[in-house]
Design a protein. Structure first.
Length: 565
């Protein structure tokens, strides 16, 4: 930035000032805006509120408090909405194919409304899995003073004296199918697992991205870990309203915050907290939007040097609300900064550095949710990138828990998720098997469905310690076990995963970062020579557009215009 004062009406001035803009002002005056309102900076509030899921249900209320803060600090807020798709509700159905696609549409919507209505700054309110990266992608494109604000985690449910989350339901489905629990047990759990508003309650994708954005500097430190229904969330909203006006006056844009170092800080935050494998997909997408060099191998490198310090579900014992109870994400940030595991000099939305923002953060005494860096839960982080003849572009596995490091077993191949789920619940998967679910990648799905239903059913059936699974689709942040996603190239593009046959031996070696099928190169080439691409599942509408534009999972599955030949 230059030394000149930042023009706080750098965008909206064009839309609302001068005689020629009288018609534009007239529309807004009919809505109740005054000349005084329109003379102030116009702040867009990009809201992903919906009543189709609990995750984003509180965002209308939160927006009201953000508006209060903006007005008190000298701005005029204008709220607009975009879409949201629930991963958990659509899981295991054709509807789930819309989830990752929605990330692009959320980003497109925020960009379009921001460009059209020329907001001087933007606060993006998000919660469910794809609304978080979608909101970030949108504000990166606009590059006006902006921040992402997380709606907050759901509180844990209570089931027979213990904390539970929605993942316990998915796992009990498998347990019922295996005769290890009853339908009555499942019905009882179903009624209590999701007790109110908020995003899924472990260090699953939404809470992972919230953690990552605070440590990257895209969200104000100390705002995300407050649960959705906690009365303190209202104060978070007001604080954010004041902060965005400060950010605007200082002229701080996402491009001032997002650097190679800030992305590595985000990766470290995910690794240190046992975060979702989806962070790989989403940070690669954000890096492409920001023009920051980042590749899939960087996640393995940073994770390898970062200890696991948060004991969070699905690999650990505690829920996301427990992070707030013991001191918040700022405690994680402070320990990573103090341990030299992140670059504390990186700027945040407040204009202060990460080290300055996290200084003084302390966990409550005698807690065991966040471990000290000097005595971590595990010496390395949870994100591991594997390569081999099945995945020359790479794939992702999370080893935040106590997953075995090696597996070798016969392939059981399925060309869609539903068939794999039927095999698990029908008792057809045996100990030692390696499940292969293909044609579920970005193009092949289309939309790269999550496989939480299948992976949880495997665990619930008591096979989590003996069965492995790999897919060109992806997993929920709630997935646990030796489950490998994002295999690239995907089957629909003729990747080796398309050539695997039932009975082939699959070798998974996480210590040596290997994923291979024990079949000769000549035999694999011969199989692929006889392979024909599947017919498109959709030939019109949003899915067809997505298939035409989407890149490999190893590039973040971003949509981009066709490149010149």
């Amino acid at each position: 930035m230059s030394g000149q004062p930042f023009d706080v009406k750098h965008k909206s001035r064009t839309l609302y000032e001068g005689r020629d803009r009288a018609a534009a002002r007239s529309y807004l005056k009919g809505m109740g805006y005054t000349d005084e309102d329109l003379a102030k900076p116009i702040i867009g509030i990009a809201n992903t509120w919906t009543e189709t899921m609990p995750c984003n249900l509180n965002l209308r209320r939160l927006a009201g408090y953000v508006k209060q803060g903006i007005r008190a600090a000298g701005g005029t807020p204008m709220e607009f909405n975009t879409i949201a798709i629930s991963d958990g509700i659509t899981m295991g159905t054709e509807g789930m194919k819309s989830s990752l696609v929605s990330r692009e549409i959320i980003a497109d919507s925020i960009e379009l409304v921001g460009r059209g209505h020329m907001f001087d700054a933007v606060v993006a309110l998000a919660a469910c899995d794809k609304t978080m990266p979608g909101a970030a992608m949108g504000i990166i494109r606009l590059d006006v003073p902006s921040m992402v604000v997380y709606g907050g985690t759901i509180l844990p449910g209570q089931f027979r004296g213990k904390d539970v989350t929605v993942v316990d339901i998915f796992e009990m489905i498998g347990a019922v199918a295996a005769g290890r629990a009853t339908d009555a047990d499942l019905n009882e759990l179903e009624a209590v697992a999701c007790p109110g508003a908020g995003a899924c309650g472990g260090q699953y994708t939404a809470n992972t991205m919230a953690t990552v954005f605070e440590v990257m500097g895209l969200s104000p430190l100390g705002t995300a870990s407050v649960p959705a229904v906690d009365p303190r969330k209202d104060k978070v909203g007001e604080r954010v309203g004041h902060l965005i006006m400060d950010m605007l006056r200082e002229g701080i844009r996402p491009s001032d915050i997002l650097t190679r170092a800030s992305f590595e800080n985000g990766i470290a935050a995910a690794a240190a907290t046992g975060g979702s494998t989806n962070v790989v997909l989403h940070l690669l997408a954000l890096a492409r939007e920001a023009g920051v060099p980042l590749n899939i191998d960087d996640f393995d490198r940073v994770s390898k040097r970062t200890p696991l310090i948060a004991d969070l579900k699905p690999g650990g014992r505690y829920t996301a609300a427990d992070i707030d109870r013991v001191g918040g994400i700022q405690v994680v940030a402070e320990r990573l900064v103090a341990g030299g595991l992140v670059d504390g000099s990186q700027r945040t939305v407040t204009g202060r550095t990460l080290a300055e923002e996290s200084a003084g953060a302390e966990a409550i005494p005698n807690q065991d949710v966040i471990a000290p860096v000097s005595d971590p839960l595990k010496e390395t982080g949870g994100l591991v990138i594997l390569k081999g003849n099945i995945a020359p572009e790479g794939c992702v596995v999370k080893v935040a828990g106590h997953e075995r490091a090696y597996h070798s077993g016969p392939a059981r191949c399925f060309d869609r998720e539903e068939d794999a789920m039927a095999a698990v619940t029908g008792g057809l998967i045996k100990p030692g098997d390696t499940m292969v679910i293909r044609y579920e990648g970005p193009k092949g799905g289309p939309g790269m469905r999550e496989m939480l239903g299948v992976t949880s059913a495997v665990v619930g059936a008591g096979l989590g310690e003996t069965v492995a699974l790999l897919t060109d689709g992806r997993f929920s942040g709630a997935t646990r076990g030796l489950m490998i996603g994002h295999v690239a190239p995907e089957a629909a593009l003729g990747g080796i995963i398309a050539a695997i046959r039932d009975g082939d031996t699959i070798e998974i070696d996480t210590d040596n970062r290997g994923l291979n099928v024990k079949v000769s190169d000549d035999e694999l080439a011969a199989r692929l020579a006889g392979w024909t691409p599947p017919s498109p599942k959709y030939t019109s509408g949003v899915f067809a557009k997505y298939v035409a534009l989407v890149s490999s999972a190893s590039e973040g599955a971003v949509t981009r215009p066709p490149q010149p030949v």
